[in-house]
Design a binder for this molecule. Sequence first.
Ligand SMILES: N[C@@H](CCC(=O)N[C@@H](CS)C(=O)NCC(=O)O)C(=O)O
Length: 207
Amino acid sequence: MVAVSKRSVMTLYSGATCPYSHRIRLVLAEKGITADIHHVPVDQVPEELAELNPYGSLPTLVDRDLALYDTRIIVEYLDERFPHPPLMPVDPVSRAKARLALHRIEQDWYTLLADLESGTRAAADRARKQLRESLIASDELFTVADFFLSEELSVMDCALVPLLWRLPRHGIDLGDDSPALVAYVERMFAREGFQLSLSDAERTMRG
Ligand SMILES: N[C@@H](CCC(=O)N[C@@H](CS)C(=O)NCC(=O)O)C(=O)O
């Protein structure tokens, strides 16, 4: 549990190994927002959460009378309520590009992660191969800037990094085939915000 700050009474219902919850914890840590973080089991959410969120899904953020679910909606709210540092670019074209990239990250990579986490053995094997190949094929994207397609940390990094942290857990080793991606991973994992975002269970996912 993280201490509650004077200006915030927010509560995050989080899954200790849930990549979507990890995205929110990363945004909180990078923005220096303190909140009560309650790790709850995904398959046995407390009654109070079921009353706040009709889907009973994690993550769920409660800020006074407001209960929010859906990772993207929570991230957008946090970015608007706590604007510094901003996680979205300012101009409309860059904002649209960031949203599109986020969509691709979720459609192309998070769907494969879902197969790895709870698919059949065959689906997980297919997803492992596809995710590895797709990440390696994207190596050039990680040469563009220090952060993903950006000079500053953004919502795209906050989505990508929790997924990348989980690769060894699912038997994915990028090897030497994607040097820019590997360098990006090292930079991002070394950030204080990232280290603070990890639950104890996530910390054990890598040695
Ligand atoms: N679309 C949701 C997906 C989140 C999600 O799949 N969370 C999982 C835990 S990692 C969950 O709560 N599963 C149980 C459920 O959806 O009822 C979001 O973006 O927040």
